[in-house]
Design a protein around this ligand. Structure first.
Ligand SMILES: N[C@@H](CCC(=O)N[C@@H](CS)C(=O)NCC(=O)O)C(=O)O
Length: 255
């Protein structure tokens, strides 16, 4: 009998716990495919040690040093450890072929380019919008780690990056502009709510990961969420609805 896969994710203190846009891409892939898995909840300062222990490779470098990231997927059935949400989606496609395919044949380059372009257009602005709530829900050790990186980069407290007012409105406008550009591209499909039409693929997980980030951290009642579901003739409202059944989080275990 096959054993549940293990997903390494970052713990937050909201009721749903899973808050990170990158790990949500892998979680959505598992949920869409219906593959049983268990979450191991980590804190930022533990990522590198855990990765080294389980044999996960670095996912790039930062400041000349190896950079270890989550999500990481461990498959006890094959002894495989996979790093990076796109590789995870592709691995699951290959090893669990009777499940919806998220990186259709010949599209890995498109999926990778889509991720880079969309994240470049929208991710930092969205991070500015959610920064205050993001930091408020991190457990203390993760909070110290995250503040050191982000506050060093911006040269100010996380809470001052985009407080209510013109700074926050400008960041949010950049997010809406990025979504509107995507709406124009995606409208070239004549059917289906997803980026490439009526079948969900990894590109959709990139977008949804970012929207869940906003939903978990700011909530349904935030003015940004209310605007998001209406803009572009309701495209993102329909998009989020199409993911409804897949936005699930297991209890998991803390490291
Ligand atoms: N392209 C990667 C991005 C992974 C990533 O950047 N993960 C962040 C989560 S915030 C991370 O683990 N960062 C570790 C660190 O900053 O030390 C993916 O989609 O898996």
């Amino acid at each position: 009998m096959s054993q549940p896969l293990i997903l390494y994710d970052l713990a937050g203190s909201t009721p749903i716990k899973a808050w990170n846009l990158h790990t949500w891409k892998a979680r959505l892939a598992l949920n869409i495919k219906g593959i049983p898995y268990k979450t191991i909840w980590l804190e930022y300062p533990d990522i590198a040690d855990v990765c080294k222990k389980i044999g996960a490779s670095p996912n790039g470098t930062r400041g000349g040093q190896p950079l270890y990231t989550v999500p990481v997927l461990q498959d006890p059935n094959t002894g495989t450890v996979v790093v990076d949400s796109l590789n995870i989606a592709e691995y699951l496609d290959v090893k669990y072929p009777n499940t919806p395919r998220l990186v259709p044949e010949g599209t890995k380059v498109f999926q990778a380019m889509f991720r880079d372009v969309f994240e470049e257009k929208a991710m930092w602005s969205m991070m500015e919008v959610v920064a205050t709530k993001l930091v408020a829900q991190l457990p203390p050790r993760s909070e110290t780690y995250w503040r050191a990186g982000i506050e060093g980069f911006y040269g100010k407290k996380a809470e001052e990056i985009a407080p209510e007012g013109s700074l926050r409105d400008a960041s949010w406008k950049k997010v809406v502009d990025a979504l509107s550009a995507l709406d124009v591209w995606a409208s070239q499909n004549d059917k289906g709510v997803f980026i490439t039409g009526d079948k969900v693929s990894y590109a959709d997980l990139v977008v949804m990961g970012m929207l869940i980030w906003l939903k978990v951290l700011e909530g349904f009642e935030s003015k940004e969420w209310k605007e998001l579901v209406k803009v572009n003739d309701g495209r993102w409202g329909r998009f989020v609805q199409a993911f409804g059944q897949w936005v699930q989080v297991d209890d998991g275990e803390y490291l």
